[in-house]
Design a protein around this ligand. Structure first.
Ligand SMILES: Cc1cc2nc3c(=O)[nH]c(=O)nc-3n(C[C@H](O)[C@H](O)[C@H](O)COP(=O)(O)OP(=O)(O)OC[C@H]3O[C@@H](n4cnc5c(N)ncnc54)[C@H](O)[C@@H]3O)c2cc1C
Ligand SMILES: NC(=O)c1ccc[n+]([C@@H]2O[C@H](COP(=O)([O-])OP(=O)(O)OC[C@H]3O[C@@H](n4cnc5c(N)ncnc54)[C@H](O)[C@@H]3O)[C@@H](O)[C@H]2O)c1
Length: 479
């Protein structure tokens, strides 16, 4: 047993853990990071990056095929092997040498192994060989252990060895028939990817497709998935699952209908990686999401800090927003706050303050890389109404801009702006359409900056771009 002391100990070297460690070390404190798998976490090897690599080539191909003059230059089909090779490269071939080298260059010692809080301000790291190291934190222990795919208790499901997002994203071959349980983000993106790679795909979308977004998103994405050959069963629920000796998976729906597949992907959300991290030593329940206050301190059921404030949780594990960019935003704020406290400076976690993560509640941007893409930030109309806001909703047909008509033949898309009528500012913005991802940041800035609509009239979109939708929405709103 060895023992070391640092100012800060971070458990989990995913994108969020890496970022908080970097911030702390840049502020002049010492930090150690603990990782049991690959430095870089889910995002680098089994989520954000490799999924987008799986999707990008077919998106580019479809874009070319929508343009006369360019489409004639494309004679072949998607090269599936080349797409999978590019995916492998984006997953760094599931090796973390590059990220380990970055940790070294940043001055962040890495402890490989499973981290467990042992009460006090200590974390015990158990290496693969069973060797134990105790890391004591002078100022803070930060839990950034992320989340894993949730597998529900469906009769026979676990025994049938279903794919989660991990096996799907890292697949070495494209299955002939892929059935997906779920209609959320992973399900929609993977249905898009695997249909384009040649699989016959069926989705069991119990609650609809992308149903947490504005309703027109799910409608347009479902329609496009169907056009791409995906069978979308809205309202369908798996009741039992069985895998045959020959590998065929039989999924019996609650209606009695049976569907067969070569692989079954379960994509119904996430569960926190907190089963075995010593939560019981600080009075918390193992396996639970870690609730945090505005300062990212872990709080107990009574909303009071669970451990005399030294225990923090950021990223997926605190369930605020399960997105890399938002977790990294929390990491920057928390890292700077830990440094500020150490220097005796003021920590400001009031709304939009230097150490607050206010955007988590009001301005979370998300892009879903389906075909067409969906991009949204802030509140949907339904969420704004539920929050008690007096709103006005402005819709516009994206295909009616000069820019979109040039962008692709038969461009179809839609934009919605949700305005808080009492403050005359935008609180929500959603787009669905080809290549709308890069349009989103303008909306994020308008929401975070609380730019008054009167001032937005002076933000003139260039002609002929798809961004002209901003002008059209303002014209529809009226001056
Ligand atoms: C298929 C898929 C696609 C996605 N695509 C996107 C996208 O395009 N854009 C986006 O913003 N988000 C995307 N996400 C979400 C994104 O992956 C997560 O929000 C992000 O990875 C969270 O980062 P994190 O650092 O909190 O956790 P993780 O990335 O899960 O990292 C946590 C790390 O902690 C380690 N760990 C856990 N427990 C311990 C322990 N006890 N001891 C030591 N180490 C431990 C894990 O091994 C892991 O490396 C996607 C998710 C999925 C599943
Ligand atoms: N492009 C991106 O930003 C991106 C891509 C992939 C994943 N992610 C993130 O990863 C997280 C996980 O994604 P996800 O798709 O697993 O979760 P999700 O929350 O997006 O979707 C889960 C879906 O499963 C359905 N569902 C829940 N329980 C069910 C059950 N028992 N049976 C059938 N359906 C059920 C829900 O209604 C929902 O439609 C999300 O929070 C997402 O933000 C982001």
């Amino acid at each position: 047993m060895t023992a070391e002391t640092y100012d800060v100990v971070v458990i989990g070297a995913g994108p969020v853990g890496e970022n908080v460690a970097d911030r702390v070390v840049q502020g002049g404190l010492s930090v150690a990071i603990v990782e049991r798998e690959l430095v870089g976490g889910e995002c680098s090897y089994w989520a954000c990056m490799p999924t987008k690599a799986l999707l990008r080539s077919s998106a580019a191909l479809r874009a070319v095929r929508s343009l006369p003059g360019a489409r004639e230059a494309v004679t072949g089909d998607l090269d599936v092997e080349a797409v999978l090779r590019r995916r492998d490269a984006f997953a760094s071939n599931w090796k973390d040498d590059g990220q380990v080298a970055w940790l070294e260059s940043a001055g962040i010692p890495l402890y490989r192994g499973h981290g467990r809080i042992t009460g006090g301000r200590s974390v015990e790291v158990t290496g693969e060989d069973g060797a134990k190291t105790t890391l004591t934190a002078r100022r803070a222990v930060v839990v950034a252990t992320g989340s894993s795919a949730l597998v529900p208790d469906i009769d026979g499901l676990r025994a049938a060895a279903p794919w989660t997002s991990r096996e799907t994203v890292a697949a070495k071959e494209v299955p002939g028939r892929l059935v997906i349980i779920g209609g959320g983000v992973v399900a929609s993106e993977m249905a898009t990817a695997f249909a384009s790679l040649g699989a016959s795909v069926e989705m069991l979308a119990r609650d609809g497709v992308l149903h947490m977004q504005e309703p027109f998103v799910g409608e347009r994405v479902s329609e496009a998935l169907r056009e791409a050959g995906v069978k979308v069963h809205v309202g369908a629920e798996a009741g039992a699952v069985r895998r045959d000796g020959d590998g065929t998976v039989h999924i019996t729906l609650t209606t009695g209908e049976e569907i067969e597949a070569d692989e079954l992907l379960v994509a119904i959300g996430r569960t926190p990686n907190t089963n075995d991290i010593g939560l019981e030593t600080v009075g918390l329940k193992p396996g639970s999401w870690l609730t945090v206050d505005d300062a990212m301190r872990v709080v107990a059921d009574d909303d009071q800090p669970a451990a005399d404030p030294w225990l923090y949780a950021i990223g997926d594990v605190n369930r605020r927003v399960l997105l890399t960019h938002q977790g990294k935003y929390q990491a920057r704020a928390l890292g700077d706050a830990i440094v500020a406290r150490a220097k005796g400076e003021t920590v400001d976690v009031t709304a939009w303050g230097r150490h607050a993560s206010t955007a988590d509640e009001r301005a979370v941007p998300q892009v879903v890389f389906t075909e067409p893409e969906m991009a949204a930030v802030g509140l949907t109309a339904a969420a704004a109404e539920a929050a008690g806001l007096r709103i006005r909703v402005i819709d516009y047909d994206l295909a009616a801009t000069a820019g979109s008509s040039l962008h692709a033949e038969g461009y179809e898309g839609h934009a919605r702006m949700v305005v808080d009528e009492d403050r005359k500012v935008i609180v929500g913005f959603t787009l669905v359409g080809p290549d709308v991802a890069e349009l989103l940041h303008a909306a994020t800035i308008a929401i975070v900056g609380e730019v008054p609509l009167d001032r937005l009239w002076h933000a003139v979109p260039a002609f002929p771009t798809v961004s002209e939708v901003w002008l059209r929405l303002l014209e529809a709103y009226g001056r």
